[in-house]
Design a protein around this ligand. Structure first.
Ligand code: LLP
Length: 420
């Protein structure tokens, strides 16, 4: 399904003309196709067929309330990593009984909040975290549901910053430590063993590393069973990659088919935590060319979106396709750097990119920005964060308004003793 396509040389998101939308909303802004998100979600569901499962959307990828609400209506649960994400999920109507809580550094306050709300389980990442959860659940007189995140030590062959399942990474427990953690938990009256969990990284474009990881966790499950410990859920994490340039990852349907083959001999209910593969290709960042300039070596499109709005190119040297919102009549192409207004050399959206010759005032769509785009944006250089628009068919809705200058300073105060 091509949710972004040209009609009469103008780029559309579904049936919404992005030139007209930019006039209404102003630039820059994010725009997400809900139909695309629905299609991907249903593709995962179709993969599972009749087998019981739970799809816990990884909220960090895109935590806009309308996106969460939309996924909730499709039947999604959530994978969260902070109290803030829990708050968003509850606001969007995601049932706590479908929420798993991951992350290496949960605070006492966050654990209390999640326990009181009655989430499905904590994906515990250290023995100290287990002790804290146990202490809190004792105080609250409420059993805590837990799962342990196992670090299976497999190489997901992705960018080192987003690979998480290697021994040298900070995530999870080694197989041996996990064994110890399960035994300890099984003697604890205030801990309920619910699951087993792993997550090996992100933007993984082959199934092989997932199957390796599952194989290793299955070995552990066998050892646990011998001790009478049988978790109900097996959470295989998220991480399925998407196409940014030439990658050719399996579709969610194909991916789940392969996974199911690997887990057909175990009794646990499968949980997955997809983020990017649900929302990544659903979104664009729309930006306007402010200035064109060139010197003897380089040409630049200076645009009104910067690394604070979309950090992936600067952070990971990530490739995002860039398309003109209005295709020019001629086909003159030039090599340019697309750079933002931030005072940093690392502030670029693309480098040495061949693009049509455009002019100030023209609009660009930075493609495949639906995941880890807005959620990683900041107010650096005191830039208000940009709006987020959701589209379904010919309807659009400003799901988050542009921040104002007042929003920027709202949480701040000046001490009275400076006022003289
Ligand atoms: N579950 C856990 C425990 C995770 O840490 C993550 C992502 C996911 C699920 C979802 O992974 P996904 O399906 O989206 O690959 N900012 C980086 C990506 C960081 C991913 C962090 N963890 C980027 O822009 O590429």
């Amino acid at each position: 399904m091509d949710v972004f396509s040209y009609k009469d040389n103008i780029l559309y998101c579904e049936d919404v003309n992005l030139m007209e939308l930019a006039e209404k909303v102003g630039t820059p802004f994010y725009c997400y196709s809900l139909s695309y998100i629905e299609k991907r979600f249903m593709d995962y569901k179709r993969g599972f067929g009749d087998s019981t499962h739970l799809i816990c959307y990884a909220v960090k990828a895109n935590s806009n309330l309308s996106v969460l609400k939309f996924l909730a209506t499709l039947g999604a649960g959530a994978d969260i990593v902070s109290g803030g994400e829990l708050f968003r999920c509850l606001k969007a109507g995601i049932s706590p009984s479908r929420i798993v809580y991951s992350g290496v550094g949960k605070t006492k306050e966050e654990i209390v909040y999640a326990l009181k709300e009655g989430i499905l389980m904590f994906n515990v990442e250290s023995l100290e975290e287990l002790s804290l959860i146990s202490k809190i659940s004792r105080e609250l007189g409420k059993k805590a549901p837990v799962s342990f995140r196992v670090n299976p030590d497999v190489d997901p062959k992705t960018h080192p910053y987003i690979s998480t399942g290697l021994k040298k990474n900070k995530f999870g427990l080694s197989i041996q430590q996990a064994m110890e953690a399960y035994e300890r938990a099984s003697y604890d009256d205030f801990i309920e063993i619910k699951g087993i969990d792993c997550h090996i990284g992100s933007q993984i474009t082959e199934v092989g590393p997932f199957l390796d990881a599952i194989g290793r966790v299955k070995e552990l499950l066998k050892r646990l069973k011998k001790k009478g410990i049988v978790p109900q859920y097996f959470d295989i994490g998220g991480g399925l990659g998407i196409t940014y340039k030439n990658e050719n990852p399996p579709t969610p349907f194909e991916f789940i088919q392969e996974i199911l083959k690997e887990v057909k001999d175990i009794e646990q209910t499968i949980i997955i935590e997809p983020g990017r593969s649900l929302v990544g290709n659903s979104g664009v960042l729309l930006t306007k060319i402010l200035y064109f300039k060139e010197n003897s070596q380089k040409a630049f499109y200076i645009v009104d979106a910067g690394m604070n709005d979309l950090g992936r190119p600067s952070l990971y040297d990530a490739y995002h396709e860039i398309l003109p919102v209005q295709r020019p009549k001629d086909d003159i192409r030039i090599k340019v750097d697309v750079v933002g207004p931030i005072c940093e050399t690392g502030d670029f959206l693309a480098r040495e990119r061949e693009l049509p010759r455009l002019y100030s005032g023209d609009l660009l769509a930075v493609m495949n920005s639906g995941a880890y785009g807005f959620t990683m944006s900041s107010n650096y250089n005191s830039r208000p964060r940009v709006p987020e628009v959701v589209v379904k068919g010919d309807r659009f809705f400003i799901a988050r308004r542009r921040e104002t200058f007042e929003d920027l300073v709202a949480p701040e105060d000046i001490p009275q003793w400076m006022e003289g």
